[in-house]
Design a protein around this ligand. Structure first.
Ligand SMILES: *Cc1c(COP(=O)(O)O)cnc(C)c1O
Length: 374
């Protein structure tokens, strides 16, 4: 547990990764020693162990460790043979990686708007966007809040589409009795250092209950190599493997994840109680049990507020200031305006949040926000 000085002059970082990581120092050093002694640095027992632990954490049959979360998404699409000529429905309010993966396999992103309350994909907009070329829907569990699985499952089932999850921000999130990773045919996780479960570098995983799909993704991520003869390459794949060192780091940190998510939840509860009027949290649906990757509020006059936070030494972020369909890289795929996401992008603000953020510091962020000119 990191104890931070609460003197009013102390900076409150958006996320202090060194402090969060130092809580795991002994287990991390032990993990690295065991991998150095073992001598297998790509694949091997450390990777197999983490894959087993993470699939059981998600309540899903199979996990395949890969190089990062973007690759995990791309490999799911490739593993489902989605590519040229296919369309993939995706909420515009996501990190660009979701869209990059769709473009990387040669498919076309069909952007849809989000619900005004959760800022997650609007199921009606998803249903409207499905056309003859649609092959898949990506449910993005943004901020650690899961998308309501049922309407998306219904659309996917009725139209014969693959439902894929981008769970890069949602390790340990639930919706009713369903866990992130257990909604669709496969889910992509990122272990980028700032995520709820973070490696000491880049890492990712695909989870799926479909053994054949998981096996194909494992092959594609390892040069198309046959599972039974390493000199037989069954299809042209690529290299997107998980390092043993990162796998050992992730195994060392995974047991603490539920407690860390509970710490995030506690901090969000303090925000909920102390935020000033007119600055409201973006809340998940009632049935959702969020992993609280981010504490996102909506505020009018954001510029003045962020300048005030800067002056008080309080970190902040914006996830994300430009909706994907407005990014130069993807503007050619933009259709009609997506007004809910466009309006939200001007107002959203992510406040400091980490597993060990004390109540005092959260209250100080709230009192600083109360004093901000708006
Ligand atoms: C982080 C993130 C990704 C990409 O993960 P990387 O490991 O950085 O490649 C994809 N989608 C979302 C929503 C993310 O937050």
């Amino acid at each position: 547990m990191t104890v931070l000085d609460t003197a009013p002059s102390t900076r409150i970082p958006f996320l202090d990764l060194a402090a969060v990581t130092s809580a795991h120092r002994d287990r991390l050093e032990e993990a690295w020693r065991s991998v150095v002694d073992d001598g297998r640095f790509v694949g091997g027992p450390a990777v197999e162990r983490f894959e087993t632990e993470f699939s059981s954490f998600c309540g899903v049959g199979h996990a395949v460790g890969v190089a990062n979360g973007t690759d995990a998404l791309e490999l799911i699409l490739a593993g489902l043979s989605i590519g040229d000529g296919d369309e993939v429905v995706v909420p515009t309010n996501t990190f660009v990686a979701t869209v990059e993966a769709i473009c990387a396999v040669g498919a076309v992103p069909r952007f849809v708007d989000v619900r005004p309350d959760t800022l997650l994909a609007d199921p009606d907009a998803v249903a409207d966007a499905v056309g003859p070329r649609t092959a898949a829907i990506v449910a993005v569990h943004l901020f650690g809040h899961m998308s309501d699985p049922e309407p998306l499952r219904r659309i996917a089932r009725a139209r014969g589409l693959a439902l894929i999850e981008d769970a890069a921000q949602a390790h340990g999130a639930r919706y009713g009795s369903v866990s992130a990773g257990g909604v669709g045919v496969a889910a992509a996780f990122s272990f980028y250092p700032g995520k709820n479960l973070g490696a000491l570098g880049d890492a990712g995983a695909v989870v799926s209950d479909d053994a054949d799909l998981a096996a194909r993704i494992r092959r594609l991520a390892d040069h198309g190599r046959s599972g039974t003869d390493r000199h037989v390459h069954e299809e042209s794949g690529r290299n997107s493997r998980l390092d043993a060192l990162q796998a050992a780091v992730l195994s060392a940190k995974l047991p603490a994840l539920p407690g860390e998510n509970a710490g995030r939840t506690r901090a969000v509860e303090v925000y909920r109680r102390h935020l000033p009027a007119g600055i409201d949290l973006v809340e998940a649906a009632d049935e959702a049990v969020p992993a609280h990757h981010l504490a996102v509020v909506r505020v009018a006059g954001r510029r003045a507020v962020t300048e005030h936070l800067d002056g008080a030494g309080i970190g902040w972020g914006i996830h994300y200031p430009v909706p994907c369909h407005r990014q130069p890289a993807f503007a050619r795929f933009a259709g009609d305006p997506l007004p809910v996401a466009e309006a939200a992008a001007r107002q959203i603000l992510s406040l400091p949040l980490s597993p060990h953020l004390s109540d005092d510091l959260v209250e100080r962020v709230c009192s600083t926000l109360a004093e901000a000119p708006r």
